[in-house]
Design a protein around this ligand. Sequence first.
Ligand SMILES: NC(=O)c1ccc[n+]([C@@H]2O[C@H](COP(=O)([O-])OP(=O)(O)OC[C@H]3O[C@@H](n4cnc5c(N)ncnc54)[C@H](O)[C@@H]3O)[C@@H](O)[C@H]2O)c1
Length: 449
Amino acid sequence: MSLANASWSRRRFVQMGTASALAAGINPSLEAAAAPTGKPTMIGVPFEKRNPRIAIIGVGGRGTSLLVNLIAADAQIVAICDVVQEKAEHAAGLVEKDGRKRPDLYTAGPHDFETMLKRSDIDLVIAATPWTWHAPMALFAMNHGKDVAIEVPGVLTLEDCWNIVNTSESTRKHCIMLENCCYGYNETLILRMTHQGRFGDLLYGEGAYRHDLREELFSNAGEGLWRRDEHTKRNGNLYPSHGLGPVANYMGINRGDRFGYLVSMSSPERGFDAYRKDHLQPNDPRMAERYVCGDMNTSLIKTANGLTITVKHCVSLPNPYSRINMIAGTKGIFEDYPPRIYFDGDKDEAYGSLDQYKEYAHPLWQRMGEVAKKAGGHGGMDYLMLYRLLQCVREGLPPDMDVYDAAAWSSVGPLSVSSVARDSAHIDFPDFTRGGWKSRTASAIATQA
Ligand SMILES: NC(=O)c1ccc[n+]([C@@H]2O[C@H](COP(=O)([O-])OP(=O)(O)OC[C@H]3O[C@@H](n4cnc5c(N)ncnc54)[C@H](O)[C@@H]3O)[C@@H](O)[C@H]2O)c1
């Protein structure tokens, strides 16, 4: 089936019938949701230039860590929302401890963020909540005149991918994904090398989220309270963007190329079952949970220009942490965990050290690397992501990655679920840019930054 064909979902919906299509995660309302807004694209649209007044929703593990980095980057935090009063108080205390004005707190239930976002003195909203809240919070923020940055993995359904695109276009507000891994030292260095042609013509890449989260997801705090539940609902790649985002940037996805289609398959699920058998009492209510997400999901993406990307997801087995972070072309290959690089003609056909290529370090790291490492947050990349976001808003620049990237990277979740449910069927990606990917050339993370 060619990319130019009518969308897989609409045709297959008719062929499959409503019940089985819905069971496979295919939504009949997608075509309506995808309808153009009649508004111009958000590609290249700058932020309104200002020192943004920031509100944070969700100050659990991640939101608190982002807050610490934002304080280090001298950001103005005017309001904080969390359903748990103590968490909001703790976060407000961090702001005050830094000698700043105490932010206003919103803790009156799961929809109190709406009260907060109706204020007119907030410019930028950061949502670091459980996944199901990302879409409603992003849509509410944009509809109330605010730019919004949502945590990974973005939004969960194809319909919400279109919703964030359509709402961003009609409100002229940005909705970006806080994909911190795109700002890693290795990732930004390799991005520069790819853009300078060091790897020749790019052909394939690989990304992953292989992280043993079993202890965390069975804890009685933080993500243990909600993230395991996602594994009872969907079988696919639940968390694609950490591995995929950097590879997409190397390849210029939404900048001369785009995701074309994917096929996806999942292994059986055994990891959580085995873990809880060893760690929980037989009468623990969690013993009744039924996990449907296969332990290892492997999705294969073909881009419109024919490049291939493998994306893996595994959080429920004992395996060392890896995002793989591989890119290969006609002149060489880079592969991470541990970082190693090889160019045509290198000695003994053996990988060499990335240390030889320090001159390609991204200007962000050259200039701000020491500050970033001191501020912390995944080795400094969290700080650099937020520093760069603030820089883009303060200087009135377009965001490095925009709503089209957020939609494309998010969409791997629901598309992989659809493919797995249909014996690894080929599923087309929507073109969220509506053709804008063809003419856009700018790098995802401006190399002069
Ligand atoms: N980029 C990264 O490296 C990274 C790392 C960890 C987590 N994350 C992402 O960050 C997000 C949050 O994860 P976390 O680890 O902080 O989880 P967490 O459970 O520690 O924190 C979530 C917070 O949201 C609050 N919350 C829940 N519903 C709310 C609502 N309706 N209104 C206001 N607050 C609400 C909870 O009380 C909690 O404090 C997730 O999307 C996760 O995937 C990203």
